[in-house]
Design a protein around this ligand. Structure first.
Ligand code: BGC
Length: 511
């Protein structure tokens, strides 16, 4: 993360004058608590679903299977209802993010973040006091609504209030807090797994703490100038812009936002506009980034690390501890991204990490296929090798496809389709997270160690995608992205050339 008070932006010649003010930094951090909630929910379910007290109460069949001595290593957790507990959240999030895209536009980013925090508080309470599976899943659905609203609003919010040259680092605070949430969840699970019989309630109830922090903090954040101007509050927008930029001469940026909002206001149907040819490059890239992010297989580790490590023969304590280790690596590596993303750029990180993840997954697949048979446990030294490989894989993800999966879609859409476009990012992400969460234990049971080769194959494709199809967006002001990134890209530019045939205006393609 950059320091709190920064010198005047002197980056790109056409960058707007701005300091990195305390206000921008604090607002970004508070909003990023939405990420902490998301991360906590990701991390908590894996540990909870491997706790015997939890299983006996809600999933006695899985409990019986888990303790059946002759059970196949790879299949002992395969249960659709158990997977539904994890994945119901993501289904709810898909639906919620659609409504959030509308509230973001009509009522602003701030209110949408506040709505998210209310859902989070409700969900945490329901889960803590759950008496049956119905209540448990109802709680997960509320949390899912929180994730849908939060993930829709927070990355956009941060990208809009951040000065262009710090946008990457600030936006990655969202991912940083996701990883902190996952780590906290793993650590809490590690502690509560010894508290019988209600440790799991503490784990699920712990979500209420960040939820309340986000709720209270959300009253302190400012609305983004773009959202204010978009809703006709020009004066307030200009005032806010001066305040958050920490300089007086914000006219140039104000004009750019005004211009973008004028164009946007001509566009009544943003979803229709999004389907037009000139929006397709951003839309395709957004969707592909999310599909790829999930097909790295990261959530196999994040949701099921304790389960996975138990499968490999670690005891249940050692498994949770290993999840804490991978969670720690996740946080530290995301910090690396915070610092370097605006210097190194997006593409290089994605390309390097694809190589790193591919190698780690392939070796993991080889070790597991040779060392872990259906009914044995793996020799200790191999289990440790797998743990190290998992860490290498996680660190690669954490400084690339993880944060950039959220950053890039939040910075590439022009204002008239920004909320609608970002809805596709959130919903595709949630859909594929859901599919992995729902299918993984079954896939593990069928494909066994082959599952790692499956993910490695996806990473192989991602490598080429990052090289050939992704424009570099580093340092470009968000409302100039189309002209300076997309129209210059060797492949995507054709979508704009034809669009401009005789009917475009000087600024491009916004007819
Ligand atoms: C992804 C999550 C993942 C997390 C891991 C996020 O960017 O969207 O699905 O669990 O990173 O840190």
């Amino acid at each position: 993360m950059p320091a709190v008070v920064m010198a005047e932006s002197g980056g790109d010649a056409s960058d707007f004058p701005a300091k990195l003010t305390k206000q921008v930094f604090i607002c970004s951090l508070i909003a990023a608590f939405g990420g902490l909630m998301f991360g906590y929910d990701i991390g908590i379910s894996g540990g909870v679903t491997s706790m015997d007290d939890f299983l006996t109460e809600f999933f006695p069949v899985v409990y019986a299977k888990k303790h059946h001595v002759k059970e196949n290593n790879y299949c002992k957790y395969d249960n659709q209802f158990l997977q539904l507990f994890t994945s119901s959240l993501y289904l709810a999030a898909i639906l919620a993010s659609f409504f959030a895209s509308i509230t973001c536009k009509k009522f602003g980013r701030k209110l949408t973040i506040q709505a998210a925090s209310v859902f989070f508080v409700m969900g945490s309470i329901l889960n803590t006091v759950a008496k049956d599976l119905g209540m448990l899943i109802a709680g997960r659905i509320c949390l899912g609504a929180g994730v849908g609203f939060g993930n829709q609003a927070v990355p956009l919010f941060i990208s809009e209030i951040a000065p262009a040259r710090y946008r990457g680092g600030l936006n990655i605070c969202f991912q940083l807090l996701i990883t902190v949430g996952i780590l906290l969840a793993n650590m809490i699970n590690y502690g509560t797994s010894r508290l019988h019989p209600y440790g799991w309630r503490l784990s699920l109830g712990g979500a209420a703490v960040p939820a309340l922090i986000l709720l209270i903090g959300s009253f302190a954040i400012t609305e983004t100038p773009t959202s204010l101007i978009e809703r006709g509050k020009n004066e307030e927008g200009l005032r806010t812009l001066r305040k958050i930029r920490g300089v007086e001469n914000v006219e140039k940026e104000y004009e750019a936002i005004l211009h973008a909002t004028e164009l946007a206001s001509k566009e009544k149907h943003s979803y229709k506009k999004l389907m037009q040819r000139s929006s397709r490059p951003q839309l395709y890239v957004t969707i592909l980034l999310q599909v790829f992010q999930q097909f790295t297989g990261i959530n196999v580790i994040m949701f099921y690390a304790p389960v996975l490590f138990q499968t490999m023969g670690f005891g249940s304590d050692a498994s949770l501890l290993s999840a804490v280790v991978t969670g720690g690596i996740n946080v530290l590596s995301t910090l690396v991204a915070n610092f370097i993303v605006d210097r190194v750029g997006r593409k290089k990180l994605l390309i390097e990490a694809a190589v790193q993840m591919f190698i780690a997954q392939s070796i993991m697949g080889i070790v597991l296929s040779t060392q872990l048979k259906a009914t044995n446990t793996m020799p200790d030294r191999y289990a440790v090798i797998v743990l190290i490989l998992v860490c290498i894989f996680v660190s690669g993800f954490a400084w690339s496809w993880g944060p950039l999966g959220w950053l890039i879609p939040s910075e590439i859409f022009p204002l008239e389709v920004r909320n609608a476009g970002f809805f596709f990012a959130v919903s595709t992400n949630m859909l594929f997270t859901f599919l992995i969460a729902q299918a993984f234990l079954t896939m593990l049971c069928r494909l066994k160690s082959g599952i790692f080769f499956f993910f490695a194959a996806w990473v192989f494709v991602m490598f080429f995608f990052a090289i050939f199809l992704l424009p570099e967006t580093k340092g470009i002001p968000i409302d100039e992205m189309k002209d300076r990134a997309w129209k210059k890209h060797w492949y995507w530019k054709k979508y704009f050339n034809e669009d401009n045939n005789g009917k475009g205006n000087e600024k491009g393609d916004l007819q």
